[in-house]
Design a protein around this ligand. Structure first.
Ligand SMILES: NC(=O)c1ccc[n+]([C@@H]2O[C@H](COP(=O)([O-])OP(=O)(O)OC[C@H]3O[C@@H](n4cnc5c(N)ncnc54)[C@H](O)[C@@H]3O)[C@@H](O)[C@H]2O)c1
Length: 328
């Protein structure tokens, strides 16, 4: 988590509406970065309890050596508000993280946008609700945007920024700039079902469940394959960089076999076939989904290997935790 010294000027103050799994983690992250935070939950009592949990959580992170004492201590300054209106009064940024129900989001976004300053930016952490539907509940739609964090929010760097059709460009730029100053890695994505991350994550999950259902492997074995085979690369490379390195012609052939065996969900996409037909088969030809300069092409493999060697060392030091692995 980044601390105040590394942070920009905006926002100085933020309201978190819904202090549950996500809201509390984001509150800790904001507070650690020196932002003045107010929490609201369904009742004032729940907001007070959430504040206590937040203080304990930040202290736990400090005790584990994961957060400097001073940054963790800022959680003590987080205020529990009596309700939505009190929480948003005068703040620069409103972060909505109430449960994933359209009715609840409508109520909370309506109340908070009426009560907040007209300059306040309002974001929703929705995982799946279409941003244009939510924008309709907000007064001053240009300042409303999706900002989808991932659990645990204090540590996961990626955040999807999802503009609605009515979101001002300035709002998007401001949010992206802010997220970078607190050490996050924002990506601006469109508002299709599941946005980008949940769509891809769930495609993976569906195939994992099917592998178990069909008796190919146990859940433990599937987890090991995902984590240790292709998943091993994912901290450094996404699917386009990985397929470019493997060869897009190889991917097209493999997908053909999968389509014949498993059906049309594996049909090789036109975009992939076009690249192969154009001879853009990846790093070996200097271009695939991505373009590579001669220098990048020359350095890519050794830089890749440097990262994989470092990751192997980290895995030796901190082996996976969880079921059957002796988690403490
Ligand atoms: N849990 C995840 O991994 C995750 C990840 C990304 C996004 N999200 C999204 O974030 C949002 C919150 O999810 P969560 O997992 O933190 O839920 P949660 O149930 O842990 O927390 C929601 C909080 O909102 C409070 N709440 C209920 N009604 C309220 C109201 N009227 N005003 C203020 N607070 C109210 C609840 O008491 C609770 O503390 C959802 O939109 C969810 O889809 C969740």
């Amino acid at each position: 988590m980044h601390t105040e010294a590394e942070r920009g000027e905006w926002p100085r103050t933020a309201a978190i509406l819904g202090a549950g799994t996500m809201g509390l983690g984001v509150a800790e992250c904001f507070a650690a970065a020196g932002i003045t935070v107010r929490l609201a939950d369904a009742t004032p009592e729940l907001a007070r309890e959430a504040r206590e949990k937040l203080v304990l959580r930040a202290r736990g992170h400090a005790e584990a050596g994961l957060l400097p004492e001073e940054a963790a201590g800022r959680a003590e300054g987080v205020e529990a508000a009596g309700g939505t209106e009190e929480a948003v009064a005068g703040v620069d940024l409103v972060f909505e993280a109430v449960p994933e129900s359209v009715g609840l989001k409508e109520e909370v976004l309506g109340v908070c946008s009426a009560a907040a300053s007209p300059e306040a930016v309002i974001v929703s952490n929705t995982s799946s609700l279409p941003m244009d539907d939510l924008a309709r509940f907000v007064e001053g739609q240009g300042r409303f945007c999706g900002m989808h964090w991932f659990n645990p929010p204090e540590w996961t760097p990626g955040v999807e920024v999802i503009p609605a059709a009515t979101t001002d460009t300035g709002t998007v730029e401001r949010l992206v700039g802010f997220l970078r100053t607190i050490g996050k890695r924002p990506a601006v994505v469109g508002s299709g079902p599941g946005f980008v991350a949940n769509r891809i994550q769930n495609a993976l999950f569906l195939e994992a469940v099917r592998c178990v259902e069909e008796g190919l492997a146990s859940p433990e074995e599937v987890d090991e394959v995902v984590r240790s085979c292709f998943g091993f690369r994912l901290p450094f490379f996404g699917p386009f960089a990985i397929s470019d390195m493997a060869g897009l012609d190889v991917y097209a052939s493999v997908l053909g076999v999968l389509r014949d065996g498993l059906g049309e969900r594996f049909e090789p996409p036109r975009m992939l076939l076009d690249l192969v037909e154009e001879g853009r088969t990846g790093t070996k030809t200097g271009a695939g989904f991505l373009n590579y300069t001669d220098e990048e092409q020359a350095r890519l493999l050794i830089e890749r290997d440097r990262r994989y060697a470092a990751l192997l060392e980290l895995l030796d030091r901190l082996p996976p935790v969880g079921a059957g692995r002796g988690e403490e």
